[in-house]
Structures are given as C-alpha cells and as structure tokens.
Write a protein that binds this ligand. Structure first.
Ligand SMILES: NC(=O)c1ccc[n+]([C@@H]2O[C@H](COP(=O)([O-])OP(=O)(O)OC[C@H]3O[C@@H](n4cnc5c(N)ncnc54)[C@H](O)[C@@H]3O)[C@@H](O)[C@H]2O)c1
Length: 273
C-alpha cells in the first residue's frame, strides 16, 4: 500500500547489494512512496551487477562510491544533485563491513589494521557523508539522514567483535552531527537499531543463526523483518517525523526492553531436565 508520503522528495540510498539488503527494500518502498533517488555502492559491489536490476525497477541511476573516500563522496553528492535537479531531502547510510568478522578473529586477536578499516567503512563514512553534504550545502531544510545500527553498540554480542565499536561510534556521530545539522539546516539525523536480519552482512557474523533465533524468541513481536525496517526508514524520510533527531531508534520487536521471555525459560527448563 502506498500513501505517496515521499512525493517530491529526492535523495541518496547507499548499501543495496542484493535483494536481501535492507537498503534494497528501502529503495523499493521509497520508490513506491513517490521519491526519486540515486543509488550508490562500493565499486567492488557494483561488479556483482545485481544493483542494475534495482536501478531499472526504481528508475534510479547508480553512482559508484567507496564510502571511505572523500573524493568519491564529493562526486556522489555533486552527481546526485545534478541528476535530481537540486538539493537532497534524504540520505540513507546502510553500510557495514568487518574483515575481522569475515576472517573469524575473536575479540582478543583482532587485527588492528582491519579494526581501523571497520571503523572507517562502518562508522566514519557516515561522518564523511555528512561533512561532504555540509560542504556542498547539499541538503534541503527539514531533510533527514538515517543510518542503520545494531544493539551490540550497547550490549555484548561476542561474535560481533569490532563492529560493536563501529556501531557505538556510528550512533555517537548521529547525535553530534544531528546537533550540528539541526542548528544549521533543521536537518535531522538518526540511527535505527535493527533486529538481526538475514542479509550478506548479517549472516557473515559467527553464530548468526543462533542469535537470530534467540532474538526472535526474546522479542514479544518477533524479529523485525527487513521490509518493516524499510517502512520505518521511509517514515523517517517523510514529513511525519520532522522533530525526531539525534536518536538511536530501536526497531527490534521489543528485544531491547525484554529481560527474559517465556520461550527462553521453556527452552532452558527443557535443557536442564
Ligand atoms: N543484517 C543484520 O542483521 C543487521 C542488523 C542491524 C543493522 N544492520 C546494518 O544494516 C546495514 C546494511 O546491512 P545489510 O544487513 O543490509 O547487509 P548488506 O551486506 O546487504 O549491506 C551492506 C552494504 O555495505 C556496502 N559496503 C561495504 N563496504 C563499503 C564501502 N567501502 N563503500 C560503500 N559501501 C560499502 C556493501 O557493498 C553492502 O551493500 C549495515 O550497516 C548493517 O550493519 C544489519
């Protein structure tokens, strides 16, 4: 069902790798709600070619950009404004990558070069995007910038290793840049802390299936699906949430407020008997 709540709005959507990506679903929903936008991803991801399908479906051009490169980001923001015919109303940061996780390093044996890369790709890139947008004065008043986070920023999930720090930095950047862009342009900046989701980045984390099931059993509403996350992002891009800013918004079916659930009690009771 579409209500055209993004009619007339234009923006940038990063991070759509394949149909499972959260950003992919955001692009489809934003398109259905009347938005026009540019898609972007790392040049490496582009080679997989999947994103071309999405580009056709949404009638959205692709501007490749490594989100850690200021030069690429400058071209992205200039190109997007040229293509869309003016300043932007929304930006989605849906980017995460840890070589330490990919290589199965435990928390005590992290490779620090990779750790720095994790922070750069998964957190500093968010700051860089907004710094470029600020420099180019690329955002319209009452615009909205959203990034995706995970509850490992607040709680320990051992296999999430250096991504936990990246998410903590990401959420802090949302608050600090949210203050700055709020003062300058009435632009809001938020992170959405999403349930475990079966995507390429998600399933790459060790023990993913176990903590997906655990979170599902712990959450009174069950894990929030990617489609519902996309709905939430779209609401944050819309004019219906104009005074929500500098927040980390839990989109987790109630997981973060639950101490223990009946399902977990039952499972442990069975195990113990
Ligand atoms: N899947 C989950 O369980 C989950 C839960 C909470 C939050 N998130 C977050 O959601 C966001 C999107 O991830 P997803 O789950 O849709 O997985 P995904 O693998 O589909 O998306 C991750 C994207 O990051 C892009 N990327 C990596 N390095 C990049 C770079 N240098 N420059 C530009 N783009 C780069 C990848 O190409 C990919 O498109 C991430 O921030 C992730 O941490 C995911």
């Amino acid at each position: 069902m579409s209500n055209n709540i993004l009619a007339g709005k234009v923006g940038i959507i990063s991070g759509a790798l394949d149909e499972k990506s959260i950003a992919w679903k955001v692009a489809l929903k934003a398109h259905a709600e009347g938005a026009r936008f540019v898609l972007t991803n790392a040049p490496l991801a582009m080679r997989m070619g999947e994103i071309n399908k999405l580009s056709e479906q949404c009638n959205a051009p692709i501007i490749p950009a490594d989100a850690t490169s200021m030069e690429d980001l400058e071209k992205l923001f200039t190109g997007a404004q040229e293509h869309l015919g003016g300043k932007l109303d929304f930006v989605l940061h849906s980017i995460g990558m840890s070589t330490n996780i990919r290589k199965g390093k435990n928390y005590g044996e992290l490779n620090y070069e990779w750790f720095m890369k994790t922070l750069d790709v998964s957190a500093l890139s968010f700051h860089k995007m907004m710094a470029v947008a600020e420099k180019q004065d690329a955002l319209n008043e009452w615009g909205s910038v959203v990034a995706l986070s995970y509850i490992a920023a607040q709680r320990v999930f051992p296999d999430y290793t250096d991504m936990s720090q990246a998410k903590a930095v990401l959420e802090s950047i949302a608050r600090n840049y949210g203050y700055r862009l709020g003062k300058q342009k009435k632009v809001r900046v938020n992170t959405i802390s999403q349930s475990p989701t079966k995507t390429t980045a998600g399933t790459g984390v060790g023990g993913f299936d176990a903590f997906y099931d655990y979170a599902d059993k712990m959450s009174p509403l069950g894990n929030a699906p990617a489609e519902a996350c996309a709905d939430y992002v779209v609401s944050l891009f819309s004019d219906l949430t104009r005074y929500v800013t500098m927040q980390n918004l839990m989109h987790d079916g109630g997981f973060s407020s639950t101490g223990i659930s009946e399902e977990i009690v039952e499972t442990i009771t069975k195990l113990n008997s």
